[in-house]
Design a binder for this molecule. Structure first.
Ligand SMILES: Cc1cc2nc3c(=O)[nH]c(=O)nc-3n(C[C@H](O)[C@H](O)[C@H](O)COP(=O)(O)OP(=O)(O)OC[C@H]3O[C@@H](n4cnc5c(N)ncnc54)[C@H](O)[C@@H]3O)c2cc1C
Length: 442
């Protein structure tokens, strides 16, 4: 490194994007880089967060990882974290009045029911989703070679996937002769579970949701909480993590020598620190950061609307009467829904049985907060109810206005990626892209 001085990199945000950026940077530069992570909260992980309900610790944010997610699967193995496999079985499609579809007890029964309700549609979407997975997987090879892209548009164009992001899922899958019933029930059921949004989202995101739902591999989470992935990556990277430090200002230090441009970070409590490079690892429109002595490019001034998602955990017993059933045991463990203003939730999942009391723990996703009256209607009994409200992910309708991975020469922006897709793995892909860019720049 120049004059044997270590490169100082400041990272804003300790979620999966910020922590993986620290991890990749340290892997590439070892002791030649000094990394400082600023986190406004008192905990690490951002939108990865678990909560305690009963005796159990349950994910209330980013929870499920697919085994085909090559970065996360490798990182989790490297860090020696223990996986818990996650299985979605016993699924019911709720239309507000009845369950229009329910998986069978045996695999052949489910196959028969799928065939009767949805015909060959599930078979027709398989090659489409497989093609998307094949194309997306090319990113790992490109990034391994050190390639990087100026913005998500260039990245997805290179993979041959950008056009999927410019059309709604409704239009795309209609064009592919997928039936309305399959789109409105199955596809919306999954996208409402994953994103609280329907098939008016762009079709790239629905392809990704479908891949997670049905095609090969397995789903997992980390025993003891997914936030351990971020904590362990930060520890491995030897980064200094400053919690409760909200960055309020980034100032470009005026310099006549371009090569020596530096950035001054100021936090809410007045702490100041100077850096050679900065990595923004949080959505810019929510970070409330003032940029001084620099003018952000127009494409980076976009303010993306975010989908609000309420995550409610309930320790109790669901009411069979609400679903027109006789027994609690008859209620499907995973309830998916279609778009219908009468349905006040997006999904309900039976997560666990509480060890001590034997009571059940449910997780409910909803766009609006569930009122006490509604909860009393939904549940026969409740001993604990906890709700977290998230600005969860951008509203992912087709839009050509995506930000760039570079905010200003020397300041990189991982969350540009979220305009295309918001998942843990794609944030890590965004992070690897930014680290490759930074390495090229130095
Ligand atoms: C309810 C829910 C369920 C989800 N389920 C899944 C799932 O099952 N699988 C999946 O792959 N994805 C899932 N996601 C999406 C996934 O969690 C996100 O895409 C991902 O966690 C985003 O990570 P990030 O690091 O980019 O941003 P964040 O996790 O938002 O991290 C940003 C960090 O920056 C900090 N910060 C913000 N502003 C400042 C500032 N001014 N100064 C200092 N620090 C600041 C924040 O406190 C935060 O810690 C889910 C998301 C939600 C909300």
């Amino acid at each position: 490194m120049e004059n044997r001085v270590r490169l100082r990199v400041g990272i804003i945000g300790s979620g999966i994007a910020g922590s993986s950026a620290a991890y990749f940077l340290h892997k590439a530069l070892g002791n030649n880089v000094e990394i400082i992570v600023f986190e406004k909260e008192s905990r690490i992980g951002g939108r990865i967060r678990s909560i305690k309900i009963g005796e159990e610790e349950l994910e209330a944010g980013g929870s499920i990882i697919h085994s085909e997610n090559q970065y996360l699967t490798t990182i989790v193995n490297e860090l020696g974290l223990e996986k818990n496999n996650h299985v979605y079985d016993d699924i019911g499609m709720w239309d507000g009045d009845s369950f229009t579809f329910r998986t069978g007890k045996k695999k052949w029964q489910t196959l028969l029911k799928v065939l009767m309700r949805y015909g060959t549609n599930p078979v027709k979407i398989q090659p489409l989703v497989k093609d998307m997975i094949k194309k997306l997987s090319q990113i790992y090879i490109l990034q391994e070679k050190g390639e990087s892209f100026a913005d998500p548009e260039a990245l997805f164009k290179k993979l041959g996937l950008y056009s999927l992001s410019q059309v709604t899922s409704y239009d795309y899958f209609h064009d592919k002769n997928i039936s309305d019933r399959f789109i409105h029930e199955f596809m919306n059921g999954i996208s409402r579970l994953n994103y609280g949004q329907d098939a008016s989202m762009h079709s790239l995101v629905n392809h990704v949701s479908l891949a997670g739902a049905s095609f090969g591999g397995y789903l997992f989470a980390i025993k003891g909480g997914n936030a351990q992935i971020c904590e362990a990556m930060l520890q491995r990277s030897s980064a200094k993590v400053l919690k409760n430090k909200r960055v309020t200002t980034i100032q470009k230090e005026k310099s006549t020598n371009h090569a020596k441009t530096r950035f001054m970070i100021t936090t809410e409590d007045g702490t100041k620190a100077e850096f050679d490079r900065l990595v923004m690892a949080t959505p810019l429109e929510k970070a409330a950061i003032k940029f001084v002595h620099m003018e952000l490019k127009e494409e980076n001034k976009v303010s993306r609307p975010y989908q609000v998602t309420n995550v409610t955990h309930v320790l109790g017993k669901l009411s069979p009467t609400y679903f027109g059933l006789m027994e609690v045991e008859q209620i499907p463990s995973n309830i998916l829904t279609r778009e219908n203003s009468k349905i006040p939730f997006s999904s309900i999942e039976l997560c666990k049985r509480n060890k001590k009391s034997g009571q059940l723990i449910y997780r409910i996703f909803s766009r609006q907060k569930l009122s006490e009256d509604l909860l009393n209607e939904l549940f026969l009994e409740r001993s604990e109810t906890k709700t977290l409200v998230w600005d969860a992910y951008p509203v992912l309708t087709p839009t050509a206005k995506w930000p760039s991975f570079v905010l200003e020469t020397g300041i990189y922006y991982i969350n540009a990626m979220e305009s295309a897709i918001s998942t843990l793995e794609t944030e890590v892909i965004g992070s690897k892209n930014v680290v490759n860019m930074l390495l090229k720049d130095i």
